[in-house]
Design a protein around this ligand. Structure first.
Ligand SMILES: *Cc1c(COP(=O)(O)O)cnc(C)c1O
Length: 288
């Protein structure tokens, strides 16, 4: 466990910014998923739960993080996986950590509470929502801000559910920092994230959304994004994932290039991990 996570200076084709390497916290409970699970697991243990039950797609970083964290805490773990039965590198690791997988079709997946009640009502099981979205997760992510030793003008993160962004916003508000939070939604359309964030943290004065960097939608890529990730990795030695952090870093460079952000401002990006997402895009990386 590497905490507080280190901050590395990145110099990429003349653009300079800082990366908070939450991807280095743990290889499997990586990035924001470690932050999100910290207080979820604490609460589950306080309630004497012996099993974590959660939900995700076949390449969900949250599933792997939950599987690895559960094993470390001697808890059982199960997950409902959206879609038909498949095997891949990520699910293989989930199983290695002892997670039990149930594949459910997209319709059944919609009612998560029902799935939980049907299968785990008698067990001493703890319900964890998809992606870990919860108040506990917001609290965990707000601690990213408490770890900062110096001020930044801008902080960037990618957003799926917006929980991590809400935690960062809470940290910024609580510490009364003069920092703008820039959120890059990876879904199309991404505007809904504003309300998701506000549901956890009302004061959104310092929030900026950048909704034009979804590259077609969740888990969608294009040759430009793949090329950017390849080039960035080769130039900096820092791996990005194609679902979240690749889109965030692309946005940062693009916003500086367009003059919307000043390259002389101090910019911190949160590397939220998720590097196994690369294996879900093998064909795309091979092609270009
Ligand atoms: C899950 C994930 C996110 C999204 O976090 P939210 O709190 O759901 O917005 C961002 N980056 C990576 C690498 C992730 O795995």
């Amino acid at each position: 466990m590497q905490l507080p996570s280190p901050i590395h200076q990145v110099s990429y084709r003349g653009f300079n910014f800082f990366l908070k390497r939450d991807d280095l916290i743990d290889p499997f409970v990586s990035g924001n998923k470690w932050r999100k699970l910290k207080y979820i697991i604490q609460k589950a243990q306080q309630q004497n739960s012996t099993q974590l039950v959660t939900f995700g797609g076949a390449y969900s970083n949250h599933l792997l993080a939950t599987a690895a964290a559960a094993a470390k805490h001697r808890l059982k773990a199960s997950a409902f996986v959206r879609g038909e039965m498949v095997n891949n590198e990520l699910l293989m690791l989930c199983k290695l950590f002892g997670m039990q997988l149930h594949f459910v079709d997209r319709n059944a997946y919609m009612d998560k509470q029902l799935l939980f009640d049907q299968h785990y009502s008698n067990a001493n099981a703890y319900f964890i929502n998809e992606g870990g979205a919860s108040e506990e997760a917001v609290l965990g992510c707000s601690e990213i801000i408490s770890e900062l030793q110096e001020p930044f003008d801008h902080i960037f993160c990618a957003a799926g559910t917006g929980t991590t962004a809400a935690g960062l916003l809470r940290g910024i508000n609580q510490s009364q920092l003069h920092t703008r939070l820039h959120v890059v939604p990876v879904l199309k359309p991404g505007e809904f994230i504003q309300d998701e964030i506000a549901a956890y943290e009302k004061n959104t004065n310092c929030l900026n959304l950048h909704c034009d960097y979804h590259f077609g939608g969740y888990a969608k890529t294009n040759p430009q994004l793949i090329q950017f990730i390849k080039d960035f990795t080769a130039q900096t030695g820092i791996l990005l994932d194609p679902i979240y952090t690749g889109k965030m870093c692309y946005a940062i460079i693009d916003l500086i290039e367009k003059g919307i952000l000043s390259g002389s401002d101090k910019i911190l990006a949160i590397h939220t991990g998720g590097l196994f997402g690369i294996f879900g895009k093998k064909d795309e990386f091979d092609k270009f």
